[in-house]
Design a protein around this ligand. Structure first.
Ligand code: NI
Length: 154
């Protein structure tokens, strides 16, 4: 188990478009494992590789129903819109209301290099969209309709 340092807003890696993963290597698997450890340690529901300083199209999500690992994820279907509050491990102390699709279908590679699809609704759909935005250098503060300061640790 290894926990990475989470990069915070202001670091240029968070604004970059991350690179596609050409093949699954032992390093990619190690990155997935350590990203999951880092997300759980930070009590987050999602983490994208740029948030640990790695500009690759990899993310992990767990909204309480199990770990989802995403390599080269793409949204292939989207439905409805709703606005809800979200935050980001890379932007401590801020929350904002962000409009997102209610339901999405995401196509990605799993750790075996097999193409898989995940359907998400509500919080899971929101987490998928938030993390995939990270891979394109987009932060929730770029889309938030308003931002509120919160106490750390809230
Ligand atoms: Ni985030």
């Amino acid at each position: 188990m290894a926990v990475y340092r989470i990069v915070e807003v202001g670091d240029p890696v968070l604004k970059e478009k991350a690179r596609r993963v050409p093949r699954i290597t032992p390093n990619v698997l190690k990155l997935l494992d350590n990203m999951a450890d880092t997300m759980y340690e930070a009590k987050g529901v999602g983490l994208a590789a740029p948030q640990v300083g790695v500009s690759k199209r990899i993310a992990v999500v767990d909204v309480g129903h199990g770990l989802v690992e995403l390599i080269n994820p793409v949204i292939v279907h989207k439905e409805g819109m709703e606005t809800d509050v979200e935050g980001c491990l890379s932007i401590p102390g801020l929350k904002g209301e962000v409009p997102r699709y209610v339901k999405v279908k995401v196509r990605a590679l799993n750790r075996e290099g097999k193409e898989v699809e995940y359907e998400g609704e509500g919080l899971l759909a929101r987490a998928f969209q938030h993390e995939i935005d990270h891979l394109d250098g987009i932060l929730f503060t770029d889309k938030a309709q308003n931002l509120t300061k919160i106490k750390r640790g809230f």
